[in-house]
Design a protein around this ligand. Structure first.
Ligand code: URA
Ligand code: SF4
Length: 198
């Protein structure tokens, strides 16, 4: 069993916060173990709680459309949430729940080692851009070391706001360019050509 699968197995029995009481099941996340791109949402909703998979309701259908726009398949990326259990009535996660759940996502990201992290919505953005406003910084990638962070609106919020929806299409279209840039950078420099004898 891979370390990531083992981690998700352990997560399934987590009771570190009160959300454990009302969930149907934990939604650890899913996708490629060596994904170059990881998408981080907020928390499971009704459909995710039922199926145990991230982004499978209407917001998930929209995310699938966005992935297709960027030429990416669900299988080639990893999709997870900052909070792994559904908050009752889809309320916002509480500060204590975010703190309790943080080590799970930290460890997932350590094991996957993505080159690009796309944050979906405010709660996910706050991990990397504390105190910032999403309306101001969405679609502006930030590079930290070897990793690009791309903040985007939450798909569920964008579905309710036509302008944000348009912004989502534009923001996701940055991904192919970022991936191309990363690929260029990781290509070894060509070997020096032997100097010709005079
Ligand atoms: N919204 C989220 O933030 N995450 C999901 O998995 C589904 C909807
Ligand atoms: Fe554990 Fe996170 Fe679920 Fe809370 S939300 S019980 S910390 S997995």
């Amino acid at each position: 069993m891979s370390a990531l699968t083992e981690l998700c197995r352990q997560m399934a029995s987590c009771h570190a916060c009160g959300l454990a009481q009302q969930r149907t099941q934990v939604v650890p996340g899913e996708g490629a173990e060596n994904a170059e791109v990881v998408f981080i949402g907020e928390a499971p909703g009704y459909h995710e709680d039922r199926l145990g998979r991230p982004f499978v309701g209407p917001a998930g259908a929209f995310l699938d459309e966005l992935l297709a726009l960027a030429g990416l398949s669900r299988e080639s990326v990893y999709i997870a949430n900052v909070v792994k259990c559904r908050p009752p009535g889809n309320r916002d996660p509480l500060p204590g729940e975010l703190v309790a759940c943080k080590p799970w996502l930290d460890r997932q990201l350590e094991l996957i080692g993505p080159r690009i992290i796309v944050t979906l919505g405010r709660f996910s953005m706050q991990r990397y851009f504390p105190g910032q406003s999403i309306t101001r910084i969405h679609g502006k990638p930030k590079r930290v070391g070897d990793v690009f962070f791309l903040p985007m609106f939450h798909p569920a919020a964008a579905l309710r706001n036509p302008e944000w929806r348009k912004a989502m299409d534009q923001d996701i279209s940055l991904l192919p360019r970022l991936l191309a840039e990363l690929a260029k950078r990781s290509t070894p420099a060509p070997a020096p050509t032997a100097t010709q004898a005079p």
